[in-house]
Every structure is written in structure tokens, then in C-alpha cells.
Write a protein that binds this ligand. Structure first.
Ligand code: 8GT
Ligand code: MG
Length: 129
């Protein structure tokens, strides 16, 4: 199975994190996600994430740091998630594609319905902050 490389942004403001709900027709539809999307040919992870966050939530990244890389195999798809912690940005994030979104407190992260690959992201957030 081909691996899809995905840039994922953990957008943080104080002790809260911006999350979006995936549309029903998407892979892992109905679950919450950290915004992001596929890395295109010739892009770095940082470039891909900046593009995706402008498209999906209307912000520009000012400062980010690598948080974790996760290779995960769903039954129908293999993904490599390159996750960046986005700690400075311009603009106010919103659901630019009409998606449901919210700021989740760090204490809530363990109870949110994320795709399976995200268990390791939540652990990394709780370990590093
Ligand atoms: N954005 C994002 N994708 C995730 C997360 N966790 C996770 O397993 N994924 C998976 O990574 C892949 C990323 O895809 P995406 O649908 O966001 O890609 P994209 O924005 O380029 O969208 P499109 O190709 O559907 O238009 C999906 O298979 C998705 O299920 C997450 O926290 N955020
Ligand atoms: Mg996306």
C-alpha cells in the first residue's frame, strides 16, 4: 500500500488547541482532527502545512516546531503524519471550508474522538507541555 505523507498542525493558544471535525465523506469522517493535509511533490512539511492551514482555517504560521512523526496503517490506507506544533500565527482560525471547529482544552484531549493514529499525537502533547 502506498504511504500518504500528511502535514498536521497542532495549533496552540495557551492551554487550548484548535481542532476541526472531518466531513462524513472524508477518510475517518465524523472524527475530530488537527487541521492539515497532504504534502505535495516539491514541498517541505512546513510549506505544506502553511498552505493547508491557510486553505482550511485561514491562518498563516509564524513559528512552528516539529512535535512527532507517526507512521500508521489503517485497513484501507497508510499514512505518515508529520506533526508540527504551531505556537505563533497570524489571523484568527475558523472553519474556512465550513467545517465544525473548536478550541479544546488540554485536559479534554484524551476524551475526544480522533482517528487512531492521533493517540500518539495526544501523548506527545501531554508529554511536552
Ligand atoms: N489533517 C489530519 N489528517 C489526519 C489526522 N489524523 C489522521 O489519521 N489523518 C489522516 O491523514 C490523511 C490526511 O488527509 P486530509 O484529508 O486532511 O488531506 P487533505 O487535506 O490533503 O485533503 P483531501 O485530499 O481530502 O482534499 C487522512 O487519511 C486522515 O484520515 C489529523 O489529525 N489531521
Ligand atoms: Mg485536510
Amino acid at each position: 500500500m502506498k504511504q500518504v505523507h500528511v502535514a498536521v498542525g497542532v495549533v496552540r493558544r495557551e492551554s487550548t488547541f484548535f481542532i476541526c471535525k472531518r466531513a462524513d465523506h472524508q477518510h475517518q469522517g465524523g472524527k475530530w482532527e488537527f487541521p492539515g493535509g497532504k504534502v505535495e511533490t516539491g514541498e517541505t512539511v512546513e510549506q505544506a502545512l502553511n498552505r493547508e492551514l491557510r486553505e482550511e482555517i485561514g491562518i498563516s504560521i509564524t513559528a512552528s516546531t516539529p512535535l512527532i512523526e507517526i507512521a500508521h496503517e489503517y485497513t484501507e490506507k497508510r499514512v505518515l503524519l508529520s506533526v508540527l506544533l504551531v505556537h505563533k500565527f497570524s489571523g484568527e482560525p475558523f472553519g474556512k471550508e465550513g467545517q465544525i471547529h473548536r478550541w479544546a482544552d488540554i485536559g479534554e484531549l484524551n476524551d475526544i474522538d480522533f482517528p487512531d493514529a492521533n493517540v500518539a499525537i495526544v501523548e506527545a502533547i501531554l508529554d511536552t507541555l
